[in-house]
Design a protein around this ligand. Structure first.
Ligand SMILES: Cc1cc2nc3c(=O)[nH]c(=O)nc-3n(C[C@H](O)[C@H](O)[C@H](O)COP(=O)(O)O)c2cc1C
Length: 158
């Protein structure tokens, strides 16, 4: 159902890029406590961005980078809207700051405040690496619970 401009002023939006479903599952877990509208980056229309109090941007990591469309979204977020960022990757959990650095930089250039960040493991289904079983079974129930708690924390800060 289409969200009216009045509803958008109260409803957070979560936009995600997810090629193998891990980040979409995390995004869905975050959407619940925030009562957020959830949209895949390739379905997003500009009017859906307008008037939001906060927008969450989430992506898997592909060849060391977040999905291009999610990074480019930094240039489309309206001023005065706040943001949070989340990502999943097969390995390199300690590299999460590096993975999001380009997106963070672009948000900062536009003066968009990043409220918080979340990163978790996601099973790697890349045809070249899937035989290695990297982060098999992730995100698991515990990861999903962590994602939900993160979103509860965001809600308290709105
Ligand atoms: C094409 C491709 C490239 C990937 N490149 C990386 C990478 O550079 N580093 C990494 O840690 N994980 C990498 N992964 C694993 C993904 O980041 C991980 O599985 C993530 O959870 C995928 O999110 P998604 O299921 O939402 O697409 C790659 C996966 C795919 C399919």
């Amino acid at each position: 159902m289409a969200t009216s401009s009045k509803d958008r002023r109260q409803t957070p939006l979560i936009v995600f890029g997810s090629r193998t479903d891990n980040t979409r599952r995390v995004a869905a877990a975050m959407a619940k406590p925030l009562a957020a509208e959830l949209v895949a980056i390739d379905q997003l229309k500009d009017h859906q961005l307008r008037g939001r109090p906060v927008i969450g941007l989430g992506s898997g990591v592909y060849w060391l980078r977040l999905e291009r469309g999610i990074v480019d979204l930094a240039g489309r977020i309206p001023p005065h809207c706040r943001a949070f960022i989340f990502s999943t990757s097969g390995w390199g959990l300690s590299w999460d700051a590096f993975y999001r650095s380009e997106l963070e930089k672009r948000l900062k250039q536009r003066g968009i405040e990043v409220i918080d960040r979340w990163h978790g493991p996601g099973q790697d289904r890349n045809p070249f690496f899937k035989w290695m079983g990297i982060s098999r079974g992730r995100p698991n129930d515990n990861d999903i619970r962590r994602a939900r708690e993160f979103a509860q924390g965001i809600k308290r800060r709105l």
